[in-house]
Ligand binder design. Sequence first.
Ligand SMILES: [Zn+2]
Length: 216
Amino acid sequence: MPQKPGDRNPSPYPMPFYRVIEALRTLPGIGVRTATKLAFHLLKSSDEEVFALSGHLSLMKKELVLCSVCQNIRELPENASTDDTVCTLCRDPSRDDGLIMVVEDVQTLYAVERSGEFQGLYHVLMGRLSPLDGIGPDSIRIKELISRVETGQVREIIVATSPTTEGEATALYISRLFKPVGIRISRIAFGIPVGLELEYVDDMTLIRSVEGRRLM
Ligand SMILES: [Zn+2]
């Protein structure tokens, strides 16, 4: 039987401290040295600070849900009614609901949103096509995008997936799906180094590449 994390403590530290290091190490970009440094920092912090942090983390998991239209994260309001499932962006009447930017993840949505220059709506795929890893159209939010197009309001889709092999394959798939039904499909174009994840691109480069999109 595989050992559960925390079953065994190979470190010189007491078990409760070792568990925190191991938990922090699961975060992206955090190695054992940084995890240990952070754990010592938390240990030195006041009880109030540490309880506030753990409280914020649980509330984030409890109070955030996905928008039923675009899959952006949204706050679950208290006493939410069943038809209250749409995020503030999708509800904003000043935004152009005929223009949809397709992104791989919520981070990219917020990267574009920070620039304040895009006035359309978004569609978060929650991933990208990667046949080698068994990720096909049914594993990402393509069906939801088809439903949005079927409402008849959408006239243009900007495919803002990363310029990686999987991102390009996803863009091509979307283009083949919607071009035949008369939707204008464009792809963000220049300024972004090939192979780079969009969430790491600076805001200005990202918005220029949206402006310079090309038709597919
Ligand atoms: Zn939404």
